[in-house]
Design a protein around this ligand. Structure first.
Ligand SMILES: [Zn+2]
Length: 423
């Protein structure tokens, strides 16, 4: 049986050059006493923008695992797929992020809503979440309204799951259901009702990705109230534990935090919650690694720095087109973007200080960072020129990739505030 384990990290390797440096971060975690399972994720959207195929992710992951002698499980995630896009992922992937956010709000057959509400009277009233010493209150109106909003989406998830299961076989892959790419956050009560519906569809999910409140912009810190996030996450974890017991969902079911990279201000809350509930978590990152490639190139100086500047200039020139697919998950202030003619004079130190996610540094520029985050298409268009410079500067890039994943992500989330840092 494919089992994701308690702690896992999603890593994105857009140009299939950093799998080894990413796996090094998981090796550091194991050496420090906590196993964190790597999951290489790449969405259909990223494959389409770059012009790559899922087999390239699998090949890079397999090679890294082989080279470094990694003995624990690892997975390749068909990230944010649906019924129409899943096909090309079937040969290479053993983790499926079934994205049904687009179906939220589409109303299921009235008869199936009636049936769901009729079958789930146990969801009514004050449901005690033992683990959190709190209750979730669900009125008949809330149950019906939530079923009307989410049941169709869960039924769609069931169809997608069964298509994958027919191709891959039961138990041979990790199913996740994601609802994060939508307008409004799901409450813990809604999550509990959604989990009951997922159990009715017999989808053995090991992870679920709700939308949390606050903003999870790409590659930058959380925008919102960390205390409210902490409260919400604790109730979500309690709701998951309740649903596992009540509906027979897989016992290792856990939250998946999407756009989870760089959310430094909520990592203490995530760590506190996994401690409090003895729960697992899947922290999903992706583009943060591509930014470390650019940082590494800039740090290398010479041709590397020149190419990093060229990528910025191109991204600046095409920002409207590059930002469009990510409009809901970025907040760029155009007034804060330096002109490319200005950047052309920057030293390695100036470029890396603007881009590197060091919130305490006055030179750190979140707008520039977000623009480059969505600017990976520019590097894809540079093609072999970009890849050759990745190869030529392998060491300095790898150092940045490993350090970013381990010290800024794995350590604060899975080890907590007192975590050891790499030298
Ligand atoms: Zn997502």
């Amino acid at each position: 049986m494919a089992n994701l384990g308690k702690f896992s990290i999603g890593v994105g390797d857009r140009f299939a050059h950093q799998a080894k440096a990413q796996l090094e971060a998981c090796i550091l975690a194991s050496q420090a006493g906590v196993d964190v399972i790597p999951v290489w994720n790449k969405s259909n959207r990223e494959h389409t923008i770059i012009g790559s195929e899922p087999a390239s992710v699998r090949a890079a992951a397999d090679a890294a695992v082989n080279d470094l002698g990694w003995k624990l499980p690892y997975f390749c995630d068909a990230d944010h797929i649906n019924l129409s896009t899943v096909e090309r992922f079937l040969p290479s992937c053993d983790f499926y992020t079934i994205d049904v956010a687009d179906y939220i709000g589409k109303t299921a057959e009235p008869s199936s809503i009636d049936r769901f509400v009729g079958h789930h009277s146990e969801l009514l009233g004050a449901i005690r979440m033992e683990a959190a010493a709190q209750s979730i209150d669900i009125t008949p109106e809330l149950l019906r309204r939530t079923a009307a909003k989410f049941l169709f989406a869960v039924q769609e998830a069931g169809k997608i799951y069964r298509k994958i299961e027919a191709a891959k076989g039961n138990g041979s892959f990790i199913p996740e259901v994601s609802m994060d790419e939508t307008d409004s956050a799901q409450t813990p009560a809604e999550l509990l009702i959604i989990l009951a519906a997922i159990a009715d569809e017999a989808i053995p999910i090991q992870t679920i990705a709700p939308k949390f409140s606050g903003r999870f912009n790409k590659g930058v810190d959380y925008v919102g109230d960390p205390a409210q996030f902490a409260h919400e996450m604790a109730l979500d974890m309690a709701a998951i534990q309740h649903a596992v017991a009540a509906y027979g969902l897989p016992s290792n079911l856990k939250l998946s935090v999407h756009s989870g990279s760089d959310k430094f201000s909520i990592y203490p809350a995530i760590h506190a919650a996994i401690r409090q509930f003895s729960a697992g978590v899947h922290l999903k990152t992706a583009g943060t690694t591509w930014l470390e490639e650019v940082i590494g190139l800039a740090e290398a100086g010479g041709e590397g720095l020149a190419l990093a500047k060229e990528i910025y200039a191109q991204a600046f020139a095409h920002s409207a087109e590059l930002c469009a697919p990510y409009a809901t998950v970025i907040d760029i202030d155009p007034a804060k973007l330096p002109a490319p003619v200005e950047v052309a004079h920057w030293s390695s130190a100036q470029f890396t200080a603007a881009l590197r996610h060091d919130p305490g540094s006055p030179a750190y520029n979140p707008s520039l960072r977000q623009l480059l985050h969505v600017g990976f298409k520019v590097a894809a268009q540079l093609g072999q020129r970009y890849l050759d410079l990745l190869d030529a500067n392998r060491e300095v890039i790898a150092k940045n990739v490993t350090h970013n994943l381990y010290d800024r992500h794995i350590a604060p989330v899975f080890f907590g505030p007192a975590a050891n840092q790499t030298p």
